[in-house]
Design a protein. Structure first.
Length: 446
């Protein structure tokens, strides 16, 4: 259905919108997907005698000679996308996009047009830190606060289930499938009953049929639902002089480096204060430099001049934080930290090695997951730390112990690794009282 809608819109905008020389683009993350849309538009023209008399549907582009209009397919795979002078653009399956590069090019090329239009159409997906998540958040903000006129130039239509529990009630499926009357509902129900037993297939139902974001399989560490439980904020001034454990993950000097402080809270939860560093050369190579600039603006990351991260930045960060908080000790992975660890000890810090194995990290990682499930991990919704959490995947040994690993080479977990090193000791500062249920209390080292 959406292919036909997009094709019809493209044909209209190329020939009948009153624009001189309109450029129309079908856009997708891959050239193959954009070609599917292009072929849909070309087929629509070829099957209509009236349209065939007016359009010239060539293989590489569709032309409308009367206005000089053109319809073309383009993908994020194209290296040079400048100067497109867009009148109408359709972004298909925007959930696959990991950055704004193609989106920004198209938006910035509308300047000479009198009435340009861009359409984004998609299901939900598995990329939890891409442009679509931002768009959905903006859509909810605009619709939930309609009278505030937050965004009067964008029409948002969001069709999804209101709650994950509604997936088991077919009478609610119309919320995410407004054309459900054209579907074979009995077959859908039968297929759903079979597929929901398999995590990967169930995740596909959530995203493709019910428009619920998911990055879930049997080895996923966190889900969007769990993440949304951990939205509390904590005033940093209330942490002054409180005990905390430090942790850091150096990774490679040419890549992300992270450090954190983890505070045990009175309600049995934890507060994570995390910061990262990235060399400027690595920033320039990143697929999504705009996101890193946003994190820098928010104070989550520091972009270091040059080709590598000088670890003195990490040392200075701990020194600065020690003036505000009582850093009981700093935990570290000994593999790459010998020099920095020595400098920390010379600066007066107590340090502790954390071996990166299933036995050492398995229990703390399980406990961190349980705190997330209870909504007791507070990080003031820091977007970069949220990104780290979303990137964590699990490795299991034969005893079901866990180790963190990243979902792909570009999806970093350094900030979580630093927090997990700290949590190895913080877990001993959290205990459950015998009489008052599953609420942990804070124990001072003083």
């Amino acid at each position: 259905m959406k292919t036909e809608l997009e094709s019809g819109l493209a044909d209209y905008m190329a020939g009948f919108d009153g624009e001189n020389g309109p450029n129309v683009y079908f856009l997708a993350n891959s050239q193959q997907q954009s070609r599917l849309l292009f072929e849909g538009s070309r087929t629509m023209i070829q099957k209509s005698p009236w349209l065939s008399e007016r359009f010239v549907p060539n293989r590489s582009e569709i032309r409308y000679p009367k206005t000089g209009g053109k319809i073309m397919a383009m993908s994020a795979e194209k290296s040079n996308k400048d100067g497109e002078n867009v009148h109408f653009a359709v972004f298909d399956e925007i959930h696959e996009y990991q950055d704004y590069s193609l989106i920004n090019v198209m938006k910035n090329s509308r300047g000479t047009r009198t009435q340009p239009l861009i359409v984004y159409i998609t299901t939900a997906g598995y990329v939890l830190d891409g442009p679509l998540v931002d768009m959905v958040d903006q859509g909810h903000d605009t619709l939930d606060n309609y009278d505030d006129d937050i965004d009067t130039r964008t029409f948002y239509y969001l069709a999804c289930l209101d709650d994950k529990e509604e997936v088991n009630d077919p009478t609610k499926w119309v919320k995410a499938n407004p054309n459900i009357g054209l579907m074979q509902l009995a077959d859908m129900i039968s297929d759903f009953k079979d597929d929901r037993r398999v995590p990967a297939r169930f995740a596909d139902w959530l995203t493709k049929r019910f428009n619920i974001f998911s990055e879930v399989d049997e080895l996923s560490f966190i889900t969007p639902e769990i993440l949304n439980k951990n939205t509390r904020h904590f005033d940093l001034n209330e942490l002054m002089d409180r005990d905390c454990i430090g942790g850091y993950d150096l990774s490679d000097t040419e890549d992300f480096t992270s450090a954190c402080l983890e505070f045990p809270l009175d309600d049995g939860g934890v507060f994570v204060l995390e910061h990262s560093w990235i060399p400027h050369a690595r920033y320039e190579r990143d697929k999504n430099p705009e996101r890193i600039r946003k994190w820098e603006h928010d104070g989550d990351v520091t972009i270091i001049p040059g080709d590598y991260v000088d670890y003195s930045y990490v040392l200075d960060w701990f020194r600065e934080k020690a003036e505000k908080y009582n850093i009981v000790q700093i935990n570290y992975d000994p593999a790459k930290a010998l020099r920095l660890n020595k400098e920390l000890e010379e600066a007066g810090f107590t340090t502790e090695k954390v071996r990166q194995g299933f036995v050492t990290l398995g229990g703390p990682m399980q406990n961190f997951k349980e705190l997330l499930l209870d909504g007791k991990v507070v990080f003031n919704e820091q977007s970069m730390f949220k990104w780290y959490l979303n990137n964590v995947h699990l490795r299991q040994d034969r005893n079901d112990n866990w180790l963190p690993t990243k979902t792909s080479q570009s999806r970093k977990i350094d900030g979580f690794a630093a927090a997990l090193d700290a949590h190895v000791s913080v877990i001993d500062m959290l205990v459950e009282p015998e009489d008052d249920g599953p609420v942990s209390t804070y124990i001072s080292f003083d």
